[in-house]
Design a protein. Structure first.
Length: 58
């Protein structure tokens, strides 16, 4: 994520189990972290795409 051109990414949403989410956040540079708009500490491994999208609708 840190290597994507800034103009190509306007917002980042993360979903992962808590321990993984923390590792990802720690690895983000400041510019990338600033684009993090939402994060969910959940494991969606066994959910369908439809069920996952329901967690992100506002």
């Amino acid at each position: 994520m840190n290597k994507a051109p800034a103009a190509d990414v306007s917002a980042i949403v993360l979903a992962a189990p808590a321990h993984v989410l923390q590792d990802i956040r720690e690895g983000l540079d400041k510019a990338t972290a600033a684009k993090l708009t939402k994060s969910l500490s959940k494991d969606f491994t066994n959910l369908s795409d439809h069920d996952i999208s329901a967690h992100f609708s506002d």
